[in-house]
Write a protein that binds this ligand. Structure first.
Ligand code: SUG
Length: 450
């Protein structure tokens, strides 16, 4: 009898340089917020409140501390070296976008950090994490090595586990991780199929925005994770969705356990795609997928993007991966949409629908950069034996939350405008802020509480 999988959530802690650089390709919120004044302190406190809320629902909640910014090494590789006061000023004057990228806090969206397949699903019986190369966006490629190293640290003692190298950082293999991947599993939580969503190929690119996940990357990640062909479905996103601001699949579809909810404009050849998913799911698990489509007439795609309904976190309460009750953690933007309210009411009242409740989380600062609740977390399924070996120093506990909040209040700026990034005193302060968070009492593992 295999051990039952348990899900942990890993959130990226929001960094002290969170700002609005307008750098997210095809990301409408990021474009609209460009050059506005950000509030990193508020952003980080909102992120911590979400972690606390999820932990309170019984999910084992972990976090990754923010890597330091500005990324001096990255600036050096693009030719900004020498006296730091001068180089910051020079870079700001010559190319503020490059300076913004060097200060990016985009690592906070850990749904883009890696793609994961648990040991129960893979042909070699190992847990696989493939860190994403994030190479198609100026500001995000630098995250690949940083997150690889942190995940290697976190999972270093976990038996039967591989944290791989990211795919080669080339355009044809652009990979943005779990935001374009869904694991659908049967009632036992063990038997599962994997959906990989990719965008238009370069040859047929007709969309306003390029696709951020290539098919070659999706297939490479599946191979790397030793998934069986029969257990995978590769699905193309519609160009219409990408043009409407759906830069990742998790902006237009969500899933948990044996539940999948998607917008009718999410996938090419939607009917045959969904039929294929249903069939594979049934063949693999012996159960029916609980699959709900949202029509454009019920929720127009522009409103889906504005509200970020599909980026809600669908959570199994008491950590039962399938079959049990689920709760939805929605961004507060959802409250402004009567179409969303109607859908939510319908799901809760519908017989057989496992969604039992909805909670709203204010995540205004992350949302203004196009990051909702689901963007901020990476899900990893582990056996109980593996879970025991995850590095406790990354675990979110009540004590750790108190310390993190204290240091955020001590160190994080209450506002950032782009001209701040050019100041050496500012750069030195935010480097110290990130270092303080990263070194927080790490030598003392807390008792596991959640
Ligand atoms: O890659 N925003 C991120 C948002 C990522 C959301 N993740 C998921 N959907 N899973 C992005 O577009 C904005 C940064 C800026 O503009 O400064 C940004 O990178």
């Amino acid at each position: 009898m295999p051990e039952r999988n348990i899900e942990i959530n890993i959130d990226g802690m929001i960094g002290p340089t969170h700002h609005f650089g307008g750098l997210g390709v095809g990301n409408i919120a990021s474009h609209a917020s460009q050059n506005q004044i950000s509030n990193p302190r508020e952003a980080a406190l909102e992120g911590l409140a979400k972690m606390e809320r999820v932990a309170g629902l019984g999910v084992a909640q972990y976090y990754l501390p923010p890597p330091t910014r500005p990324n001096w090494q990255w600036l050096e590789t693009i030719g900004y070296s020498g006296d730091r006061r001068d180089l910051l000023r020079r870079c700001y004057d010559e190319s503020p976008r490059l300076l913004s990228a060097a200060y990016s806090s985009a690592f906070m969206w850990t749904a883009n950090a890696a793609t994961v397949a648990p040991a129960s699903d893979t042909s070699d019986g190992r847990l696989h994490l493939v860190p994403s190369n994030l190479c198609s966006n100026l500001h995000r490629g630098q995250e690949a090595a940083e997150r690889r190293d942190q995940l290697r640290q976190m999972f270093r003692e976990v038996p039967n586990c591989d944290v791989h190298e990211p795919l080669p950082s080339v355009w044809a293999l652009r990979d943005e991780g779990a935001a374009n991947h869904m694991r659908l599993c049967g009632p036992d939580g063990q038997k599962a199929i994997h959906l990989f969503v990719y965008g238009q190929s370069d040859e047929s690119m007709s969309a306003k925005f390029f696709s951020r996940q290539s098919e070659q990357a999706a297939r490479s990640v599946a191979r790397r994770m030793s998934l069986r062909d029969d257990d995978c479905v590769f699905v193309q996103q519609t160009a219409q969705a990408i043009d409407a601001g759906v830069f990742h699949n998790d902006v237009i579809a969500m899933s948990n356990g044996g539940v999948m909810i998607y917008h009718e404009l999410a996938f090419e050849n939607s009917d045959s795609t969904i039929e294929c998913i249903n069939q594979k799911f049934e063949r693999k698990t012996g159960a029916n997928l609980f699959c709900r489509s949202v029509n454009d007439s019920e929720l127009p795609i522009a409103e889906a993007v504005r509200s970020y309904l599909f980026n809600s976190q669908l959570i199994s309460v008491e950590n039962e991966n399938a079959g049990g009750d689920m709760e939805l953690i929605c961004p507060t933007n959802c409250c402004d949409s009567s179409a969303v309210s109607n859908l939510l009411r319908g799901w809760i009242e519908e017989a057989g629908n496992p969604i039992r409740g909805v909670r709203y989380m204010p995540l205004g600062q992350s949302m203004k950069n196009g990051g909702g609740p689901a963007c901020l977390r990476l899900r990893v399924m582990l056996s109980p034996t593996q879970l025991k070996e995850v590095d406790d120093r990354f675990m979110v506990t009540e004590e750790r939350l108190i310390k993190l909040r204290t240091e955020v209040n001590n160190w994080y700026p209450g506002s950032i405008e782009l001209s701040d990034l050019a100041r050496l005193d500012f750069a030195e302060h935010v480097v110290m802020a990130a270092k303080t968070i990263a070194s927080l009492d790490c030598s003392v593992p807390y008792a596991k509480k959640f």
